[in-house]
Design a binder for this molecule. Sequence first.
Ligand SMILES: [Zn+2]
Length: 466
Amino acid sequence: MVRLGRGQSPLGYAEAQAPRFVRELQEFVRMPSVSSDPAYKQDLGRCASWLASHLRRIGIDSVRLIETEGHPIVTARIDVSPSKPTLLIYGHYDVQPVKPESAWRFPPFSAQISGGHLFGRGAVDDKGQLFAHVKALESWFRTQGGPPCNVRIVFEGEEEIGSPHLRPFLEKYRQELKSDGAVVSDTQMRGPGQPALTIGLRGKLAFDVIVDGPAKDLHSGSFGGAVRNPAEVLSILVSGLHDREGRISVAGMYDDVRVYSLTERRRMAKSAPRAAELFQAAGVEEGWGEEGFTAYERISIRPSLSINGISGGHQGPGTKAIIPAHASAKLSFRLVPDQTPERVADLVTKHIARRCPPGVRCRIAIRESAPPVRIDRGSSIVKSASHALERTFGRTPVMLPSGGSIPVVEALDSLFSLPTALMGFALPTDALHGPNERFELKRFHQAIEASIRLLDHFSRTAGRLR
Ligand SMILES: [Zn+2]
């Protein structure tokens, strides 16, 4: 067993190399790997190649760049000993779009450092967190010749668009990816200095509602008042999706929602963020949502439905007196145990069909889906992550469900029954998915330290449990 003191240890190395690690992260963040926009396709390929050659440079020989129908997956394996457990590390190198660019303090791909933070799209979601594991591995390679356990790496470029090609990849490489535990760093901490392990993720169902009306845009003077307007129908449909109590008004929506006991809800409330904290992070004065539940419960153990965007008719400057031919909205559900995206898709399709008035046609196009997941908090990987976080931050991590969705976690669970630790380092103030996304350099180094400690603890304890 390797003593994790300072000096010629992985931790000592990481500390000494910290400034270079930051420069490399800046290089990584400067590549505009926006997966949802076809204009960036080449940048994603470039980013994947950069990542693959970086992994080779730190000492891994078996790095592969797997092409998919979408963006490539970077994968690697490190075999140290068959008697040691195997850890799978997952991360994603793709990022969210940056619009509106004018809202950014620094250009989104300039990776500027200011006030101890690295600003840039992907700084924390997920490049900074992914890279922390890479730098932890490097620290093991440079000081001990390799990590203390076997490692499998899966870095994908399609997480932000629902990981459409990840599942086939996992199925195809099932044997090579065989592991004893997985770690995913793509979630948040409870607050500054307070680590957290996420023990549940909401599922997702993203879809478009499309309303088609007249064969082409009509003159509102010639036809206004006599034909149905798709934009108005869409508004009525969309505004009817919630009732006055803040509940989703799709019939059957709550049938499969798991009911938490009062004891469970009290336990969660002890470490959960307060409403005021959430509203402050959101920049709103008051909250909204389902009656009878706290703000935190609304974003974690209850399903939700959000309109993500709405369009139809004339959007440019000035006026254009028309009845638009089409209108559409992008919506997404967040689902909780024991809901399934298939059933909810069926329910909402029927809901919209029943309410579509004559004179227009309404349809639903499903975009992406992922079922909700619950994490086994007793697994050896969760114990190792908990130990690593406690040693790094000097505080026991809180265990809370999160409102987000990460498709890989469900896939690892349903395909491989692989226990996963969701060991995240983002803070709600890091502006994930919004303008001015950032990652605190101090937390980047803490993430590296936690990963070094996780590898050590897992190599010693998971082996014993097998
Ligand atoms: Zn992410």
